[in-house]
Design a protein around this ligand. Structure first.
Ligand SMILES: [Zn+2]
Length: 162
């Protein structure tokens, strides 16, 4: 799976899906104001898979030979299950070394604690040992309740895919 990891471009209505895909380590372009023609051009030019709820967009994209995933419903796990089923993906993991920034899709890398001293709340700085930073937007990540929730999400996801 890692050799040919698919990349995505996600329709404007599905920001939550884009954030999940990024956490799972998938390169996923997303912009809340992205228009269909731009989406199709990105998918075509960069061999990205379109993720959308829009049946017309799916029809238009498939005419051009672009792979699409049509999302149905609002259940967040079910949405990722639909993507996994269509593309044959399974055994998702959260690996902070390959996760993408939920904000901007940038690559995340481990950063020395000392370098973020005044950039996170003191309470967090005292309690946490491991930090990561986005190469592009510089957002700082740390282990904690957010990551624990994501791990639970991935566990439920993998159970549904079994
Ligand atoms: Zn970022």
């Amino acid at each position: 799976m890692s050799a040919r990891k698919p990349s995505f471009v996600v329709d404007a209505m599905l920001g939550n899906v884009a954030r999940k895909l990024r956490l799972l380590g998938y390169d996923s372009k997303y912009d809340s104001s992205i228009e269909d023609p731009v989406l199709i051009r990105l998918a075509d030019g960069q061999k990205r898979i379109i993720v959308t709820k829009d049946e017309n967009l799916v029809k238009n994209a498939e005419k051009m030979g672009i792979t699409t995933v049509l999302i149905r419903g609002d259940d967040e796990i079910e949405q990722i299950v639909q993507i996994a089923t269509k593309l044959g993906l399974s055994n998702f993991i959260i690996d902070t070394n390959s996760s993408r920034c939920v904000n901007c899709n940038g690559k995340i890398e481990a950063i020395d604690k000392i370098r973020i001293m005044n950039k996170v709340p003191p309470r967090i700085y005292e309690r946490q040992e491991k930090f990561w930073s986005c190469r592009d937007c510089k957002k700082i990540y740390w282990e904690g309740t957010h990551l624990i929730k994501i791990q639970e999400f991935v566990q439920m996801l993998n159970q549904r895919l079994r």
